[in-house]
Design a protein around this ligand. Structure first.
Ligand SMILES: NC(=O)c1ccc[n+]([C@@H]2O[C@H](COP(=O)([O-])OP(=O)(O)OC[C@H]3O[C@@H](n4cnc5c(N)ncnc54)[C@H](O)[C@@H]3O)[C@@H](O)[C@H]2O)c1
Length: 373
């Protein structure tokens, strides 16, 4: 198949994963990178043997079909809009945008130009989450009626060299980590109907404890401790605990309860891990792993990491003229859920969704294999 010429805007922390992993996929050919800081782009380009462009040159480049937006959340909307206005397909890191209005504007703009917008996360395409999906779709635990999700820890200032954006509006655990959980819930259960939440920040400041800025104090400008309830269109009710104020806990990442059993999923921030399940006999057993290529450990020796799978699926979907899985309707619905959780927390009430979406198509082992080089 003809590969799409890929450009990247934003050469920070996560860009190395994209540049390392894109060659795994047969539809992707990363040609150039850009950053608001030209030195950053030049250094990243040299590391991976690609071209360093200015942002303007990348937007105008004839050999670029799709641009990946790896900038910070506050500028996701503006940068993705620039990409679409330049006549190129766009694929954004999460969260797609910070408001529904921004997302709708992007969706309408892309539709008017016949261009695609895709958005991370694509971890729900991982072998483990697809294995869980296959169990649910086969009716192994019956209709999902509820569940719990927990993404809790003590923040990002210990490992990220520039953690500022995590503590500003657009950051926080719901918008930053929520996309992995909410997108996986949408693929497993379907769209959300209504949410409520309580939200607060325990700590007014955070002290960077790594890298060149070690010791620098950041102001916390967004809630960092949120307990939410999500009611799905199918009637399921799921608790989501999302916090950067907690030192340790013993909750599972994600467990879902069905009418006839329960299913326990690994961390939706990753592609692999064990899936466990029980039936009415209550014996919890590991579901036998399947031969799905996106479960195979390929990263730091033990981890399955197929970041770029969503981008590769979008590139293939363009060639095959079919919908892509990490599509804007799913991403926009996830933004609706996340911004509504924050609104519910702020206003101490229930908030109904104003968007909905189809569950993205399942990705079978053969379909995943077909994306690989
Ligand atoms: N770091 C991770 O492990 C990780 C994992 C998954 C997703 N993400 C997501 O990826 C995105 C980027 O995260 P990161 O950790 O790489 O951030 P980062 O701060 O390390 O890098 C962001 C880069 O974008 C550049 N940039 C900012 N504004 C720009 C603009 N207007 N035009 C061009 N370049 C601009 C910055 O100069 C910087 O080099 C975020 O949305 C984040 O949620 C990060």
């Amino acid at each position: 198949m003809t590969k799409l010429g890929v450009g990247i805007i934003g050469c920070g922390n996560i860009s190395t994963s994209y540049l390392k992993l894109a060659p795994l996929f047969k539809s992707l050919d990363v040609k150039a990178v850009a950053d608001i800081n030209m030195d950053t782009a030049t250094a990243r380009a040299a590391e991976f043997g690609v071209r360093a462009d200015t942002v303007a040159d990348l937007l105008a480049a004839d050999d670029i079909d799709v641009i990946v937006n790896l900038t910070v959340p506050a500028v996701h909307f503006a940068v993705t809009k620039q990409i679409i206005e330049a006549g190129k397909h766009a694929y954004s890191e999460k969260p797609l945008v910070l408001t529904l209005e921004e997302g709708k504007e992007l969706r309408d703009l892309a539709a008017s130009k016949g261009l695609r917008i895709g958005s991370a996360p694509d971890t729900f395409l991982g072998g483990s989450h697809q294995l869980a999906r296959a169990q649910i779709d086969a009716g192994k635990v019956g209709r999902i009626i509820g569940g719990t999700c927990h993404v809790m820890g003590h923040g990002m200032e210990a490992w990220h060299p520039n953690p500022d954006f995590f503590f500003k509006p657009g950051g926080g655990p719901v918008l930053d980590m929520g996309p992995y959980y909410i997108t996986n819930l949408i693929q497993l259960i379907g769209p959300v109907k209504s949410v409520t939440a309580l939200a607060k920040s325990t700590f007014a400041t955070r002290t960077i404890s790594n890298g060149d800025r070690n010791g620098e104090v950041l102001k916390v400008e967004t809630p960092t401790d949120i307990q939410a309830l999500l009611e799905f269109e199918n009637g399921a009710v799921v608790t989501l605990g999302a916090s950067w104020d907690v030192w340790s806990h013993r909750h599972d990442h994600m467990e879902l309860y069905g009418e006839n059993g329960s299913i326990f999923l690994p961390d939706p921030n990753f592609f692999g891990g064990d899936v466990e399940m029980s039936g009415e006999n209550k014996d919890i057993v590991t579901v036998a792993p399947w031969d799905h290529p996106f479960s195979v450990a390929n990263y730091e020796e033990t981890r399955a990491n197929y970041r770029c799978a969503g981008l590769a699926d979008m590139a293939t979907a363009i060639a095959e003229d079919r919908p892509h899985r990490c599509n804007i309707d799913v991403a926009l619905h996830a933004v609706d859920v996340m911004t509504s959780i924050l609104k519910a927390g702020e206003e101490r009430r229930f908030v109904d969704m104003t968007t909905t979406c189809e569950r993205p198509a399942a990705l079978s082992p053969d379909e995943a294999r077909a994306l690989l080089a």
